[in-house]
Design a protein around this ligand. Structure first.
Ligand SMILES: Nc1ncnc2c1ncn2[C@@H]1O[C@H](COP(=O)(O)OP(=O)(O)O)[C@@H](O)[C@H]1O
Ligand SMILES: [Mg+2]
Length: 246
């Protein structure tokens, strides 16, 4: 058999920089991404690892269409991805209830019938390990892990094929991290999702991802299957990240 999975995303030679003006008016250019290229295939959980400041979020913003200017090309072969952020507290509208937050994407999709929306919301709440009793709560009345479950539900309710998750467990305690990773793994199977999963922590990536891209100062230094990267890293920087995560 030679069934190559379908391509979901193609990133080619993406480079970008931020320009800053010093207090004296001198223009400073900071190169943030240099010639980044990779592909992501259907059903794959692709990790993007690098220390803080290596350009991961900038790359995610480019992929999500939030970065106004970059060189190179980014092609999507499915609808735009949904996104899960590190800090669900700022991502979720604090003034609204869980029912409203999960209902909003459905209203945008044109599901006008309140009963139909409620049923979909309830189904999704149960899928992410919560229940009916959460419908009337606001984000401030949820724990960090519960908030991240709601963020995941809000992304999944749009029925995407592709999710970009930018440090989705980095703000959580280790035991809660494990629960959210388990949820992401289960949702991937259930919905046939592809992930671009961003983390500074190699150990977290190891738990969820099949393949990993290692980025240092905006440059991809290594790419490979997670087992190879974790057990036999080739680049010294990858070795550092693996050691730091153990
Ligand atoms: N909007 C911005 N304006 C100027 N500099 C930025 C901006 N966003 C990020 N940077 C800088 O770009 C570099 C990469 O940041 P980022 O993409 O957030 O990295 P990571 O997500 O890997 O921590 C950092 O040095 C950061 O300070
Ligand atoms: Mg980041």
């Amino acid at each position: 058999m030679n069934d190559t999975p379908a391509k979901i995303l193609e990133v080619r030679n993406v480079s970008t920089s931020y320009t800053r003006k010093s207090p004296l008016g001198k223009v400073k250019i900071q190169h943030v991404l240099h010639d980044v290229s990779f592909d992501l295939y259907e059903g794959e959980a692709l990790g993007l690892v690098g220390e803080s400041g290596s350009g991961k979020t900038t790359l995610a913003r480019a992929i999500l269409g939030f970065l106004p200017k970059y060189e190179g090309t980014i092609r999507h072969f499915s609808e735009r991805p949904q996104v899960v952020f590190q800090d669900p507290y700022t991502a979720l509208n604090p003034a609204k209830t869980v029912e409203w937050i999960l209902g909003e994407p459905l209203r945008m999709l044109g599901i006008q019938d309140a009963q139909a929306r409620r049923q979909k919301i309830l189904d999704m709440l149960i899928k992410v390990g919560l229940d009916e009793s959460y419908l009337s709560r606001k984000p401030s009345q949820l724990s960090g892990g519960q908030r991240q479950r709601i963020s995941i539900a809000a992304a999944l309710i749009m029925e995407p094929r592709f999710i970009v998750a930018d440090e989705p467990v980095s703000a959580l305690d280790v035991t809660i991290q494990a629960q959210i990773l388990e949820l992401l793994a289960r949702m991937k199977e259930e919905f046939g999702l592809s992930y671009l999963f961003i983390s500074h922590d190699m150990n977290v990536v190891y738990q969820l991802c099949d393949r990993v891209i290692v980025m240092r100062k905006g440059v991809v230094v290594e790419e490979g299957d997670i087992d190879q990267i974790f057990d036999a890293p080739r680049h010294p920087y990858t070795r550092e990240l693996v050691e730091a995560s153990k």
